[in-house]
Unconditional design. Structure first.
Length: 314
């Protein structure tokens, strides 16, 4: 399939590098012509566009990967869908549930695929772990925890701290923790309780969130932009637990059964995280009758994010 990339920051460079392992990127566009030219030269991209509108109008492009800033996602998604393009949009796809659902409805009406580029839903390790959990390897599922944090430079001009650019911990890193919990709980997340601290710019800097699913699984997520909180997740049952370090793109985890014996589970490769996303996405495009898995998971997470951000007034 022919891919276009919209928005050419660091994450787009990672995406292009992995796409290039199997086929060339067809086209790229950004708001800066010089950046577009440099990106195209670096990744041997044949087509450059003067605007996002020009890219969306190219009839040769099958799929567009959106890597613009968070605050532009909804506008860019709508542009691409209305032009008849399948869309893979970087996380967080959007923070407003009603507007996100409207975009999924639009994609369905046009027989297109819209998906969030959430690596957790596509890592081979996680599919293996979910099978082990369903097989009773840790007994009955009881609790899930996911923690993630980093110490970002406190620069108010940085997009991470700029409310106009969709900054804040929830949309940038918190969505990973909530997506991890949603993936392994297999259930709607409700009854949220939270504590949140804002950064001086007004964006959300830290969260501690407690949740419960309809089936009674308890979950906790902690996220921070100014705290060195390790990326670590735990899935706990009444007969054992699974620990996942560096859970954003994990390729290994440790399962400890009822007898206390640890077993390392290793599947896939962290470095191929985006390639797994692309493979799943293209499979969905090729079989539109079945649609893309994880659309409901994405909508459930966005609904929770919307609820939390609205309640916290950020």
């Amino acid at each position: 399939m022919k891919w276009g990339i919209m928005g050419l920051g660091k994450i787009a460079r990672d995406f292009a590098a992995q796409i290039n392992e199997t086929r060339p990127v067809y086209g790229v566009a950004s708001r800066d012509p010089a950046r577009t030219a440099q990106f195209a030269a670096a990744f041997q991209v044949e087509h450059q566009y003067a605007s996002y509108q020009e890219m969306a109008a190219d009839p040769h492009i099958d799929c567009i990967y959106i890597a613009t800033v968070n605050s532009q996602h909804l506008k860019d998604i709508r542009l691409c869908l209305e032009a008849g393009k399948n869309v893979l949009c970087e996380k967080a796809i959007w923070r407003n549930y009603a507007e996100t659902k409207a975009m999924y409805d639009l994609a369905r009406q046009k027989h297109l695929i819209l998906a969030e580029a959430m690596t957790i839903y596509h890592m081979p390790l996680y599919r293996q772990l979910r099978q082990l959990i369903e097989a009773g390897q840790i007994g009955q599922l009881k609790m899930i925890q996911a923690n993630i944090g980093s110490v970002m430079a406190a620069d108010p001009k940085n997009r991470f701290f700029d409310p106009a650019l969709g900054g804040g911990a929830m949309q940038d890193i918190g969505t990973y923790a909530l997506s991890f919990i949603r993936f392994f709980s297999g259930d709607t997340l409700g009854q949220p309780q939270y504590t949140m601290k804002k950064a001086p710019t007004g964006v959300d800097e830290m969260w501690s969130i407690a949740l419960a699913t309809d089936k009674g699984v308890l979950a906790n997520a902690n996220m921070a932009f100014r705290a060195n909180l390790p990326q670590r997740a735990l899935i706990t049952g009444d007969g054992g637990y699974i620990e996942v370090p560096n859970f954003l793109r994990a390729d290994s985890a440790t399962l400890v059964g009822a007898d206390g014996t640890p077993r390392v589970i290793q599947v896939g490769q962290t470095a191929q995280a985006m390639a797994y996303e692309v493979a799943d996405f293209e499979q969905a495009v090729q079989t539109p009758a079945t649609g893309l898995a994880f659309s409901q998971e994405t909508l459930d997470v966005i609904k929770l994010i919307d609820q939390l951000m609205t309640a916290a007034q950020v």
